[in-house]
Design a protein around this ligand. Structure first.
Ligand code: C2E
Ligand code: MG
Ligand code: MG
Length: 941
């Protein structure tokens, strides 16, 4: 038992109270009895003193009486008379007897009492007189007349001394000092002269008949009783005083001893009481000490030992109560600890399955059960997933039906106790595969008015589920609800962070992550792989013309198509916007990988090119793909992605719908492209662009009927640069609109100049890029240019390449119709290179088809070309369109075209594109070219 409890505060307090209650009466009693006893002893001493002094006085008076009698007897004795007469011999032995004359007496007495001695003596009485010259020599005599009738016979006298007054020294009590004083307190007789003298000086008892006194003599305290000796009536003298003194120490020795013993005794008793009370209190309090020790153990979280008290009193009850309480506290604390442990475990888990695993493993630390299962309830179906642990603690799960009535029931009730054999045992319980003889307690896990799960506790015996248990279970269920919600939230965050919201494909971050992992794997297996960077061509167009919702839907459909093209080992991710990336698995051989990745790229291009219908709009997409091969084109995700991107850029610059492998030269080209971008911007600012004009010639009159404005770049270092070298790039770089705007305005200005200078004006055709036609303001721009330069619509023609029109037919038709309403002519450039069929063309608001030069080059030799050209011209004519043949270089070509009825000719045969002054000069001549032979006849036919 710990030491401090046995004499703890209460014990101490009890002890003090006990002591107080023991000491107060003891002290009072001691005090009273002590006072009584000491008073009594003083009284006794005093009585003794009084008695002693009384005895002394009595014996003194007795002696005086004897002496008096002897004196009276002697007065009649003859011998005495003889002695008085002077017979010394006879007088010897008669001690101090003497005969005095009355004169002696009178002399001794003086005048003071001259009358009365005589009278007393005459009456035959005795007289006590002091006779002496000086006070120191005075002697005390007892005197009597020998013959009372005749004083001349003399007076018989006896001189008193110590012996005669106080008896023989042998009989003196040596412990006592006996003193006799005269009326002036002068010492008359003393057994101890010093002591008596000391008392003589005290005034205290002057005037008192009897009493007590103390004084010091030679450092010793004496205590004395005194008493007056009445002498007046018998001896005719003043009263004497008798005193008997003893050292106080002797007198009070007994009482001092008593006092000493008494106090020792009292002290002893008090000590005894203390010891006994300590012993008793300690014995009574020892259960308290045990309880205290128990409390301390509990405080130290040591719940293992109960307090054992069998005192049969309230302490025992207290100990029992304490044991019960600490048991509950221990249980609660343990539960709490387990709960917070579980809390920590489940809250740190992101995966639902991990949480379930922990719940199944740990629940029994909190809630007792023989077996346990967890049921996840699906929100939008009458289904549930039932989880339990296999023997190897492996999580297994099965599906079960979950009736909506149960769902409602669990929203109201806090638990549901079922016996396994109940006919109404729900499916979710049978799915736990726990034997049906068990009892099942289902605790709902709810979250914001929704039942999300159940914890199913299974018991072999019917469980007692108290109110505390229900609260605990509910508390526990709430924590699980929080953990599950947390996990779901985390998963959503994870999805948001790693997956693209629109397509559900992995995003850039997870792509890079996965690519990193793939690289590690591929590197280990010494394989190669391809990274395909896909960019949709003209996605911006879809967004701008059809709106973002259509654009989003379009992206989703395209993404789905891409996924469909994937082999199992490939994966597609969306980097953002219209950019996708594919990781395509390869083999150990680089060439084989290149081949297989090319096949993937082709499949993607095909998939992208197939028309798509979104909200009733038919959209023809195309994609450009750049490919980087690991490890040749980079060994880390960033480099691979960057190089694939570069390759994609290049693919775009080659014209859309193509794929391109990365090469280091390609990178250089890209750099070149970047430089070009800066140069073009500079060129626009520095007015380095100029227009050359190529005549369009009427097949039959050979007159110039129009001119195509072709841009040239008067490069400061490279000289004259042809558009083939920068138009595609400018489109890719987003600079074509700026160039196009400049061309349009320059052409209009030129037209005005020609008109102002009075040359015969011809229609000027300007090439329009796809991007320009997508501009909403194209119509307004042309309209304002015509106004600005005061031109007719018929003065201007727009050339649009066929591919461009086909991509977005609907809006192209709209814009072109508007432009044509101004009188501006529209022709299809490079006709025959695109996918369009003529029947398709009939929808288009077009004036002229410009047959591409690829049909003309071999026209004289190639009968297929001839057939195509011929039928095209026939069909065009039927559709009220004119046909112009481009790239006509020879007489033969011209002849054939003329024979087919081709309306106009453009080509080196007549003229190449000429600088402005040369072309102006040509116009000024206003002459037809030399018409080919027979052309007139053909025209007529
Ligand atoms: P295009 O519109 O088909 O222009 C005709 C091209 O064929 C011109 O080349 C012209 O010089 C060339 N050509 C004409 N006759 C013959 C011939 O008999 N034999 C041969 N081999 N070539 C002939 P150029 O000027 O180099 O222009 C190339 C392309 O550049 C044009 O093809 C046009 O698509 C584009 N382009 C030119 N100027 C512009 C412009 O201002 N804006 C836009 N967007 N594109 C332009
Ligand atoms: Mg053209
Ligand atoms: Mg052309």
């Amino acid at each position: 038992m710990p030491d401090k409890t046995w004499f703890g505060k209460i014990t101490r307090r009890l002890f003090l109270v006990f002591l107080l209650f023991a000491l107060v009466p003891t002290t009072v009693l001691t005090f009273l009895s002590f006072r009584y006893i000491s008073n009594e002893s003083t009284r006794q001493v005093n009585r003794l003193q009084d008695e002693q002094v009384g005895v002394m006085v009595d014996s003194l008076l007795g002696r005086l009486t004897v002496l008096n009698e002897r004196l009276s007897y002697l007065a009649e004795d003859e011998e005495l008379q003889l002695a008085v007469d002077g017979d010394a011999e006879a007088a010897s032995g008669k001690e101090r007897y003497s005969v005095l004359s009355i004169a002696d007496l009178e002399a001794a007495q003086g005048s003071r009492e001259s009358a009365f001695p005589a009278a007393r003596l005459r009456d035959g009485g005795v007289l006590l007189v002091h006779i002496g010259a000086a006070p120191a020599e005075k002697k005390v005599y007892l005197v009597r007349a020998i013959d009372p009738g005749d004083f001349s016979a003399g007076l018989a006298a006896f001189q008193l001394d110590v012996t005669s007054v106080l008896g023989e020294p042998d009989s003196w009590d040596l412990r006592l000092a006996s003193c006799v004083y005269d009326e002036q307190s002068k010492v008359l007789f003393a057994t101890e002269a010093g002591v008596c003298k000391a008392f003589a000086g005290l005034d205290a008892y002057r005037g008192n008949y009897r009493g007590l006194a103390t004084t010091n003599h030679e450092g010793v305290e004496y205590y004395a009783g005194y008493k007056s000796i009445y002498l007046g009536s018998v001896y005719g003298a003043h009263d004497w005083r008798a005193l008997v003194a003893r050292p106080s120490m002797e007198i009070f020795a007994a009482s001092e001893e008593f006092k000493r013993d008494f106090f020792s005794l009292v002290l002893l008793v008090v000590l005894l009481i203390s010891l006994v009370s300590i012993f008793l209190i300690r014995r009574q309090m020892s259960p308290l000490g045990q309880i205290m020790a128990g409390i301390e153990r509990v405080a130290r979280k040591d719940y293992g030992r109960a307090v054992e008290v069998s005192s049969g009193d309230e302490f025992e009850e207290l100990a029992d109560a304490f044991n019960g309480m600490s048991e509950r506290v221990a249980h609660q604390l343990l539960t709490q600890a387990s709960m917070s442990e579980i809390d920590q475990l489940i809250l740190s888990r992101v995966k639902k399955e991990d949480i379930i695993q922990i719940v199944l493993e740990q629940t029994r630390a909190v809630l007792p059960a023989d077996n346990i299962a967890m049921v996840l309830v699906q929100q939008d179906a009458e289904l549930a997933e039932v989880y339990r642990l296999s023997g190897a603690d492996e999580l297994i799960h099965t599906g079960a039906q979950f009736e909506s009535s149960l769902r409602q029931r669990f929203m109201q009730d806090d638990y549901l106790l079922l016996q396994g054999t109940d006919s109404e045992t729900p499916h979710y319980i049978t799915a736990t595969e726990i034997p049906s003889r068990f009892y099942f307690q289902s605790i709902p896990v709810r979250q914001e008015d929704e039942l999300i799960a159940l914890i199913v506790l299974a018991f072999k015996q019917c469980p007692e589920f108290g109110e505390d248990d229900v609260t605990l279970a509910q508390n526990y269920a709430d924590r699980i609800a929080v953990a599950l919600a947390n996990a779901e939230w985390e998963q959503r965050l994870y999805r948001q962070a790693h997956y693209d919201g629109l397509t559900g494909l992995p995003n850039r971050m997870s792509f890079l992550d996965r690519l990193g992992q793939n690289i590690t794997r591929v590197e280990r297996q010494q394989e190669t792989m391809g990274i395909l960077f896909i960019d949709l061509d003209n996605f911006k167009l879809v967004n701008d013309t059809l709106g973002h919702p259509v654009g989003d839907e379009f992206i989703k459909l395209v993404a789905a198509r891409f996924e469909d093209c994937m082999r199992a080992e490939d994966s597609v991710s969306r980097l953002g916007g219209d950019e996708f990336v594919i990781t395509a698995a390869g083999s150990a051989d680089h060439e084989l990988t290149v081949a297989s990745v090319s096949r993937v790229a082709n499949r993607i291009l095909e998939a992208a090119a197939r028309p798509l219908t979104v909200e009733g709009h038919e959209i023809r997409a195309s994609a450009s793909i750049g490919i980087a091969i690991y490890p040749k084109d980079g060994s880390d995700p960033e480099t691979l992605l960057k190089n694939a991107d570069t390759a994609m850029y290049h693919a775009k610059s080659m014209g859309r719908g193509k794929f391109q492998f990365y090469s280091s030269e390609l990178n250089a080209q890209l750099l070149e492209l970047m430089r070009l971008s800066t140069d073009i911007r500079n060129a626009l600012e520095q007015h380095e662009f100029e227009l050359h004009y190529q005549p369009k010639v009427d097949t039959y009159s050979a007159r110039i009927v129009g001119a195509e404005a072709l841009v040239r770049w008067n490069h400061p270092s490279r000289g004259l640069v042809r558009p083939d070298e920068f138009i595609k790039a400018a489109e890719g770089l987003g600079l074509i609109s700026a160039i196009g705007d400049w061309t349009l305005e320059a052409a209009c200005r030129q037209q005005r100049d020609w008109r102002n200078s009075g040359v015969v004006p011809v229609r000027v055709a300007v090439n329009i890029s796809a991007v320009q036609l997508q501009q909403d303001e194209m119509f307004a721009k042309i309209d304002s240019l015509l106004t600005k330069y005061n031109l007719e619509g018929a003065d201007l023609e727009l050339e649009i390449t066929e591919n461009l029109l086909v991509q977005d037919m609907e809006s192209a038709v709209k814009v072109l119709s508007q432009i044509r309403s101004l009188g501006v002519a529209v022709s299809i450039d490079d006709y025959g290179t695109g996918y369009s069929s003529l029947s398709y063309m009939k929808e288009l608001p077009v004036d002229t088809l410009k047959l591409d030069s690829c049909f003309i080059i071999d026209l004289c030799e190639d009968s297929a070309d001839q057939a195509i050209v011929n039928s095209t011209i026939v069909l065009a004519r039927n559709l009220n369109m004119k046909v112009l043949a481009e790239g006509v270089e020879t007489e033969g070509q011209l002849q054939i075209l003329a024979s087919y009825g081709c309306n106009e000719i453009q080509g080196h045969y007549f003229s190449q594109a000429l600088p402005e002054q040369e072309f102006t000069a040509l116009l000024k001549m206003d002459q037809p070219f030399a018409a080919p032979e027979g052309s007139q006849a053909l025209a007529d036919s």
